[in-house]
Design a protein around this ligand. Sequence first.
Ligand SMILES: [Zn+2]
Ligand SMILES: [Zn+2]
Length: 927
Amino acid sequence: MSGVDSKISTPMQLSKAYSHKEIEHKWYAHWVGAGLFEPAKTGADYFSIVIPPPNVTGSLHMGHALNNTLQDILCRYKRMDGARVLWVPGTDHAGIATQNVVERQLAQKGTSRAQLGREKFIETVWQWKQEAGNAILHQLKALGVSCDWSHERFTMDEGLSRAVREAFVKLWEDKLLYRAQRLINWCPRCKTALADIEVVHEEGDGSLWHIRYPFADDSAPALIVATTRPETMLGDSAVAVHPDDQRYQHLVGKKIRLPITGRIVPLIADPFVDREFGTGALKITPGHDFNDFEMGERFNLDQISIFGADARIDANAFSARGESGAWIERYRGKDRFEARKLVVAELQENNFLEKTELHKLSVGRCYRCQTVIEPYLTPQWFVEIKPLAEPAMQAVRDGRIKIIPEGWSNSYFAWMENIKDWCISRQIWWGHQIPAWYCKSCDAGNFITAADGGYTLTKDAKPIVGRQRPESCPQCGGKELLQDPDVLDTWFSSGLWPFSTLGWPERSADLKDFYPTSTLVTGFDILFFWVARMIMMGLKFMGEVPFRDVYIHALVRDEQGQKMSKSKGNVIDPLEIMSKYGTDAFRFTLAAMAAMGRDIRLAEERIAGYQNFVNKLWNAARFVQMNLGDDNGAGAAPSRLAAGDLALADRWVRSRLAGTIRDAREAVEAYRFNDYANILYQFVWHEFCDWYIEMSKLALNGADALQAAQSRQLLRELLEQILLLLHPIMPFVTEEIWQTMSPARASIMVEKYPALAPAWIDAASEKQMEFLMGVVRAVRNLRTESNCPPGKEVKIILCAPDGDLAFLREQQPYLRLLARVVGAEYRAIGAGPKGAATAVVGATEIYLPLGDLVNLDEERARLTKEVGKVEEEIVRVQKKLGNGDFLAKAKPEVVEKERDKASQFEDKLRTLNNSLAKLTEIQAGRS
Ligand SMILES: [Zn+2]
Ligand SMILES: [Zn+2]
């Protein structure tokens, strides 16, 4: 690593204000140029992460920002802590999503995918990917992520594509893969199969139509059948009732003549029929309903597909079945929703419609385009999943994989226990084409011309699966072989991501060094899509889990807790935020709010607040630098100074630093990112800046040169430790300050993370400091309450047990520095004066004699005037609240605000009256 060689110049003094824009770009380029994101060549331990690959079509949103900030915190921390760290970045080819984007562009140019043809289309997508596809990776760089860009991967890279073919063939050889005609979820717009989890279900209003189904011989009154999808009755192949249903037992076995089509179908009995639904008699449509499909298999019923791939009535299919009648022409080419209207109108006209009821139902939609899903019969490829799911559950059960927070394990188990075979084929062009071929002569009858100009294959076609195109047909020796036109589900390749990115199926050095990966950081929404698949695939192909820990983070919502969405207009753009407040402030906000298992409600105010924190750190660093002057603090490290040589504040701050290091390490190791951020915030702002820096002024400005030198050294060391502690969350500002501390310095990235220093823990000093801080705060409060001018020095009287008195006497210089106390009188307990404001800290009584600092008569006049003003305000607000017109017209939150005001004024009045009473008491005590 050449951090020093490619050193870029940094001014040796910090500028007045932190300007993130110049600094962020400079350091990111430096880190990449110096190879600092690449894993170290040696190291006892390793830490590896594969990025959840964003879609090439994606652009950075809050979810990515949170996800990648957390990963970067872990990687930077582990790297500084001595591990060889590899963070693999990359993107997913995102089959349907990408194909949709490019198809839209083609449509704008007046052409289409079908017009281009497969080869040209794929070329166009690659071109698009080259030009626009990696936008999101550039956006990630703005976030400061320390990914090893030399390891960047794409799911359709040559290497990863080879891994996909290898996995497919292996599953085939192990008989875990099959091709079959099944009812699958079909998107009629995308014209492809979708997995169950790619279908989004939502409750909606629908209707329940009650339809008369007459018996063929009219020997009994017509059955009433209820359905939410009347148009599918064109594909009915039976009516079913429950075998124990007394209403129908005597009718089972009779034939029914379907309205409209006139098709004759049997009345069957099946225990799966829900007697409570409608009338308990169900139309059975195996071609368009998943439950009916299964019943159809049990009863060997006709599977009639009434629609084509576009969900329009396929009249030819009826003719091909030998059906006839004028109805076929009436329905030809009708869209499924038009067909529904037509069916209902026809039923009504011919007196087949008994009644229509409103009905709640769940509608499945395509997760990419929101089109209503059609269950559709097509030949597809499936992975037999049970044999893969079993070991994947076991790995979580026995703790080889830890899901954090643990509650998600239950969701994982629930889903895995009910998992169905995975449909992995997709009828699109962009993706990994399935490595299976068909012989043109053996399968001559099984090729069908497809709508997009290509071909599809019937369920009877016999695939020849291989790692590459076979030379010839193993059956007939024919050379004319055509590849399966389908591509694989995108999640098939991303399921291999943790090892395909490391070189599998090669037995690469990266696999040896970095597999299993250490941690996966992800959102819960892809726990099943992706995480479960990686676990199954990792165990299957590597014989080892793909990662040890799965950390599942929450969602970033808006201030009100609503999901961010374009339609609601409440989206906060991370790039805008970073440019406005600085990346460090933004990252710190995300970390500070990332409480385990709790969604983040992001308000811009919070980010502005943490920008103040960055500025606070900057100003503290400027203070330290100014005091270091030419002596930049190099020399005897104060850590080597004996504790006895150090002042109380020094011993205290060292002890607090040690505690902070311990707590911060524990928090980040346990993925408690919010604790990690808040522990550091607390220490830096409220201990180092608020107290220690103030107290150090005593030594720095004092006459004792040795003390001053020690203090400078300690300030320098503290600042450096703080920068190191903060670096994983705030990489840019910490590097900038770090670089100004010494000339020609290596990056803060290659420094050691602060180590635990148990010897620095000093409980006695912390206790003493707490006491001293308590006294300072008490005196400050007394001053404020007594309206004492801020700069004015005061005298106090302290009554305390002997030990405390001796201690406070020693700390008198600090009391002067921090509370403007000049001269304190030390007395025994109970010997306090009258006519003074008092406070108690522990066993110590503090008296601030008021007469010394204020003229009691003037104070009485001031308080009385103030009381008058507040009383007027109260009258005004009460009048408003008593006004019926105002109450009726004003918004509830406005009324609420007035009520708040009223109660605040009343509180103020109470305080003022108390002060007046105290004054009276003091004056009485004096006279
Ligand atoms: Zn779709
Ligand atoms: Zn053949």
